[in-house]
Write a protein that binds this ligand. Structure first.
Ligand code: CA
Ligand code: CA
Length: 145
């Protein structure tokens, strides 16, 4: 692996955005990615704060999902809105996190994000299937702190 200054190259970022578009063809849920270097608080707490900053609660079915990564701290968290938490089992994000962990361990960040996003779309579709009237309620662009 080459050591690049940024976590993802512009091409890799584009591939991640395309994965979000792809995942959102399976589900009405809205997936976003936020990257920042460090967090001083627990990644899940920080993910919830970023979720609110990005106003990700502004979805009709409260089914926004934030994949949060503190890149230099090697920490990440997945934060779903209450519409999701109300209906899914406790370990709902475990398969997604496991996939991401495995790729991240190998230093394969782009692939970890893409696989994680696609898996998130896959598990979400059971509870929040895509429907023809579905809107792209939240931007697919990567947010950076
Ligand atoms: Ca949608
Ligand atoms: Ca979207």
């Amino acid at each position: 692996m080459s050591t690049t200054k940024s976590f993802l190259t512009p091409e890799e970022e584009q591939a991640v955005v395309e994965a979000i578009q792809q995942a959102e063809k399976n589900t009405s849920g809205e997936i976003r990615v936020h990257l920042e270097k460090n967090t001083t608080i627990a990644p899940m707490e920080r993910a919830i704060a970023v979720f609110n900053q990005l106003e990700m609660y502004k979805t009709k079915d409260a089914n926004g999902v934030l994949i949060y990564i503190a890149t230099e701290d090697h920490k990440f968290a997945i934060c779903g809105d209450k519409g999701i938490n109300d209906v899914v089992p406790e370990d709902f994000w475990e398969s997604t996190k496991e996939i991401m962990r495995n790729d991240f361990k190998k230093g394969n960040y782009k692939q970890g994000l893409i696989d994680g996003i696609l898996e998130a779309g896959n598990v979400l579709k059971k509870y929040f299937p895509y429907c023809a009237e579905d809107d792209d309620e939240l931007s697919n662009e990567i947010s950076k702190g």
